[in-house]
Design a protein around this ligand. Structure first.
Ligand SMILES: [Zn+2]
Length: 211
């Protein structure tokens, strides 16, 4: 799709899509947004949150970043975009659920196994990918000698989701709300090859089909 197509696309949207959701938008403008879900997904163009769960405008507050990573809570004076989105969803919007959704064929997880060199053009990517390091270390230690590289990538994508859930709990307000059951956190894994989603079961420590 080219940029010109996007411009035409907005015209089409205003004629069709916007009309379809016109009443919803009207309510959302007048009453504001009250999404129950914070969806944390990857920036990957193939993972389109509202499309894969058939949700509407106003349903989900969405945070997308490279690798669907959750940086640990760090109350310093720096610019923390992902943390700000989490904080806003939890403390202002009062979401009831937080979904961390990984996905198959994730470039961020694959990049964990590559040497990105020292170029200045990737300075932030290199740092950001440290958030996947624990998942990589675990997968190599546990499956490094038994699985193919592709299988290792799939395992890393899923394992990373579990570590990102742990990082979510470093946010004091998230931890408090999970403790008093006003927030539930979910680890999901979306398969771009067939559109299905699996969810992490804390008890069995396995990903199971979403029902
Ligand atoms: Zn990805």
């Amino acid at each position: 799709m080219k940029i010109e197509d996007l411009k035409v696309g907005n015209t089409v949207f205003r004629q069709l899509g916007f009309k379809h959701f016109e009443e919803d938008f009207d309510v959302l403008v007048k009453k504001g947004q009250t999404p129950e879900v914070l969806f944390i997904g990857c920036s990957d163009s193939r993972v389109v949150p509202d499309l894969i769960v058939d949700s509407k405008p106003g349903d989900m507050f969405i945070l997308r970043n490279v690798g669907n990573f959750v940086p640990p809570f760090k109350a310093d004076n720096d610019f923390h975009g992902s943390a700000a989105a989490i904080e806003y969803a939890v403390s202002v919007l009062n979401v009831k659920h937080i979904i961390v959704c990984g996905h198959s064929y994730c470039g961020a997880c694959q990049a964990l196994y590559k040497d990105l060199g020292e170029e200045v053009g990737l300075i932030h990517v290199r740092k950001w990918l440290e958030l996947g390091q624990k998942a990589k270390d675990y997968v190599i230690k546990t499956f490094g000698t038994t699985l193919s590289q592709e299988e290792i990538h799939r395992k890393t994508e899923k394992t990373s989701v579990v570590y990102q859930l742990e990082n979510l709990l470093t946010y004091p307000e998230v931890a408090n709300k999970v403790k008093d059951n006003t927030i539930t956190i979910h680890g999901w894994y979306y398969k771009i090859e067939d559109g299905s989603i699996e969810q992490y079961n804390q008890k069995t420590q396995k990903f199971e089909p979403l029902e």
